[in-house]
Design a protein around this ligand. Structure first.
Ligand SMILES: Cc1cc2nc3c(=O)[nH]c(=O)nc-3n(C[C@H](O)[C@H](O)[C@H](O)COP(=O)(O)OP(=O)(O)OC[C@H]3O[C@@H](n4cnc5c(N)ncnc54)[C@H](O)[C@@H]3O)c2cc1C
Length: 336
């Protein structure tokens, strides 16, 4: 049993910053995340994209922001249970919450802070038989590090911004040796300027554009060696490639959190904006996972919500102690 002051479910940017704010109040945190690494959407979906609306940073790569948040939290020695999903929540006789993961790891604390973001997110997969056999063997649903594709032949599928942006990036930066973009329709859903850039690159012979077609099969001996494309007019043909990257978006789902007796609205947890508490006393929800009137799903809003929620959590843990706000410029950072 892992015992702590605050169990944080979700190690995205909001959960990570909550460690720091809890630390200033001398409260220790343990985080649970179903992903193998901290950082939530920033690490999983767009680590190499610059963010422009983090106060004090005119531009920062999402992955760098996560590194900085980890460094900022380090003095408060957070614990992590990574690669495990929080499955159930119960109360013990002492009135503490027990959070159990899908692998049976148990955590005990008087406070639970849910920072679960979009929940457990699953990629939308194309309906290809045996696709699972090639996952991480040439099929990826998210581009985490473009360098992984250096000198490789890539087939990207999709009609939205992700498919367009990555096709452009891997081509213009001369990373992939060959990029083919396959899309079911003749028109794209993405930004007009991205669509135009893809068209231009296709005209210059730098991107192979295959529209009104879809990838219906994958083949290879132990890893992807080619895909089968079905074209509306030209029929089926095989295209040799090292990677097949279907970018059809992610399906957000609250997952197990939806069954914990919390008030849910629009796939998010309803909170009181006084302190971001839920309908269950002692459980708070911060960041993308919560909803209230005027909610903005932005990192900086999640930082604020966590800070306020922790003041309330402190009062619940120490009803007899008065917390006086102290500036970090005055007190510095006193780690554990
Ligand atoms: C492409 C893209 C660009 C963006 N650009 C910006 C931007 O420029 N500026 C900005 O402010 N925001 C931006 N955002 C939004 C921003 O990423 C989110 O607001 C932010 O990630 C929310 O942080 P979070 O910590 O609340 O949740 P998340 O980052 O979603 O992290 C939640 C974590 O909780 C985990 N989790 C969920 N359920 C469980 C469970 N049951 N057990 C264990 N773990 C669980 C998930 O695995 C995940 O790691 C962008 C988002 C995307 C997708």
């Amino acid at each position: 049993m892992i015992k702590t002051d605050i169990i944080i479910i979700g190690a995205g940017p909001v959960g990570l910053f909550a460690i720091f704010e809890a630390g200033l109040l001398k409260l220790k945190c343990h985080l649970i995340d179903s992903l193998p690494q901290p950082g939530g959407q920033c690490s999983e979906i767009y680590p190499k994209k610059p963010i422009y609306d983090i106060p004090g940073y005119p531009s920062i790569l999402a992955g760098e922001l996560v590194d900085n948040l980890m460094e900022q939290a380090a003095p408060f020695k957070p614990g992590f249970t990574l690669g495990e999903s929080a499955l159930s929540i119960d109360k013990n006789q002492a009135g503490n919450f027990i959070v159990t993961t899908n692998k049976g790891t148990q955590h005990e604390a008087p406070i639970v802070m849910i920072a679960g973001g979009l929940g457990v997110f699953e990629p939308r997969k194309p309906p290809i038989e045996n696709i699972e056999n090639y996952e991480d063997k040439g099929i990826e649903y998210i581009i985490k590090d473009p360098e992984f594709y250096r000198g490789k032949r890539c087939v990207i599928a999709g009609g939205g911004d992700s498919a367009l942006d990555w096709s452009i990036f891997l081509t213009e930066k001369n990373i992939a040796s060959e990029v083919a973009l396959v899309h079911r329709r003749s028109s794209f859903r993405g930004h007009l300027d991205s669509v135009q850039r893809v068209m231009d690159l296709a005209e210059q012979g730098k991107i192979k554009l295959i529209t009104e077609a879809e990838v219906i099969g994958v083949h290879g001996d132990g890893k992807v060696e080619g895909v089968v494309v079905k074209h509306d007019r030209e029929g089926e043909f095989t295209h040799a490639t090292d990677h097949f990257i279907p970018l059809f978006g992610l399906k957000p789902s609250l997952g197990p959190i939806a069954d914990w007796g919390l008030e849910i609205e629009k796939n998010a947890i309803k909170v009181d904006t006084l302190d971001y508490s839920t309908n269950i006393p002692g459980i708070y929800a911060i960041g993308d996972v919560n909803t209230y009137e005027g909610k903005l799903k932005l990192i900086l809003c999640g930082f604020h919500e966590g800070t306020i929620a922790l003041q309330s959590a402190f009062a619940r843990i120490h009803p007899d102690k008065k917390n006086v706000l102290k500036y970090t410029t005055v007190n510095g950072v006193q780690g554990f």
